[in-house]
Ligand binder design. Structure first.
Ligand SMILES: Cc1cc2nc3c(=O)[nH]c(=O)nc-3n(C[C@H](O)[C@H](O)[C@H](O)COP(=O)(O)OP(=O)(O)OC[C@H]3O[C@@H](n4cnc5c(N)ncnc54)[C@H](O)[C@@H]3O)c2cc1C
Length: 391
């Protein structure tokens, strides 16, 4: 097999890249190790920045998102039984975010790719990227029990944190920056209308909690839990009791309970691999960087990377200049590090670290009070949450 761009992974990064290239008249092949149902059901992110929404729309993938996505003009910070709303449009000159689940973004992009785009092979596992430093990189992969080779002009590794693409960068050229947090998130899906119409980020002495939603009838909620916790260790009733405690307010707000349909634990990690390019291999999305989900940045960063790559390749085709491809890693990393910084700030602002002292707790409350009382501090949060512009 031969193609211009070999894409490893059909998560949001790989699927959107295939769509952007198709729209620009550039052929690609997507290799995905899992089956279609698995990719479409995998519960993950749900907050789309304004820039991500604009990109999906412009790519012709926004029709259902515009119908079913929920525009959110703010979030609520909850601490010390107080409630503070951050008003995004007022602070950012009109920006907002959209609640539309990653599963739905993937379903829309898969349907478009299968109807109009190039090959998208499920259950096709990339085994290695070879000759990335030369003009003729190859992906060795296994599909339907047989090994095959995909010859490419460029390979884009969109294969997530556990993928194979990153390992093709020689160890001597790689630098990784990492922090793991000593807690995780127990996330649930529940068949009950959300108890608030915007996301609620709660800082509590017992730990962090987040109220989010997938639709007007499905709630998505999270609890900070100790590292190593298994979802089965928590009964449904214990989860609701703990959520109720952490969301407590001084007014008459109440948490609606409902049947829990899914629960799982997500570890929390910050990770960056530099550079994001080696020869004709480019890394995008979780393959190159991970953020803790507190800032809702993972999916949005993946979108930024593939937009940057697609623009650079189109530029090279139209002008013959590789200048944007050469700048790919540095361009993406500027945005990545801002998202790393914001995700870290939000995580340390709202979570209770094991061994945290009363002093640490007071500092968190002082930081929250600062956001609630200073327009400059609040604007900083709103700008980062709604998204840094794509260069
Ligand atoms: C459990 C979990 C929960 C999350 N929750 C949130 C959240 O609440 N909010 C938020 O903002 N972000 C969240 N994230 C982060 C967000 O979902 C990711 O940043 C986003 O999925 C990145 O997209 P991606 O396409 O780069 O990678 P992925 O979505 O990981 O896609 C990579 C794809 O590559 C495939 N693949 C892997 N190896 C190979 C191979 N060798 N050959 C072929 N295919 C391969 C995988 O099967 C997968 O389909 C979460 C992540 C995880 C893991």
């Amino acid at each position: 097999m031969r193609t211009t761009v070999g894409i490893i992974g059909a998560g949001p990064a790989g699927l959107l890249l295939a769509r952007l290239l198709h729209n620009a008249g550039i052929d690609s092949v997507v290799l995905e190790s899992r089956d279609r149902a698995y990719v479409e059901q995998r519960q993950r992110a749900g907050i789309l920045e304004q820039g991500t929404v604009d990109v999906l729309r412009a790519a012709g993938a926004g029709e259902r998102m515009d119908r079913e996505g929920l525009r959110h003009d703010g979030i609520e910070l909850r601490y010390d039984r107080k409630r503070h709303r951050v008003d995004f449009p007022a602070l950012t000159g009109g920006k907002a975010v959209t609640v539309y689940a990653q599963t739905e973004v993937c379903k829309d992009l898969i349907a478009l790719q299968l109807a109009e785009g190039g090959p998208l092979l499920f259950e096709a596992e990339a085994l290695a990227v070879e000759d990335a430093a030369t003009g003729h990189p190859r992906v060795r992969f296994r599909h339907q029990g047989a090994e095959d080779v995909l010859e490419c002009d460029y390979v884009v590794g969109c294969d997530g944190f556990w993928g194979v693409a990153r390992t093709a960068v020689p160890a001597g050229l790689s630098r990784t920056f990492e922090r793991t947090y000593p807690f995780g998130w127990l996330g649930i899906l529940a068949d009950v209308p959300p108890s608030h119409d915007e996301l609620v980020y709660a800082r509590h002495d017992r730990g962090f909690a987040l109220l989010s939603m997938r639709s007007p009838s499905v709630s998505r909620l999270y609890l900070q839990v100790p590292d190593g916790t298994k979802a089965e260790e928590w009964s449904d009733e214990e989860i609701w009791d703990e959520l109720e405690r952490r969301f407590e307010t001084a007014d008459d707000w109440t948490l609606q309970r409902g049947p829990i349909t899914q629960k799982s634990v997500t570890p929390m990690r910050s990770f960056v691999h530099e550079p994001m390019r080696h020869g004709r291999l480019f890394l995008a999305g979780d393959a190159a960087h991970i953020v803790p989900p507190t800032g809702a940045k993972g999916l949005n960063l993946a979108v930024g990377d593939v937009v940057t790559f697609a623009r650079a390749l189109v530029h090279q085709r139209e002008t013959g200049s590789a200048e944007l491809l050469d700048a790919y890693s540095a361009t993406c990393l500027r945005r990545v590090w801002q998202a790393e910084r914001f995700s870290y700030d939000m995580t340390t602002l709202l979570h209770r670290a094991p061994g945290a002292t009363a002093f640490d707790a007071r500092l968190q409350l002082a930081r929250l009070e600062r956001i609630a009382s200073s327009r400059a501090a609040e604007t900083d949060l709103a700008e980062a949450y709604t998204g840094f512009p794509l260069e």
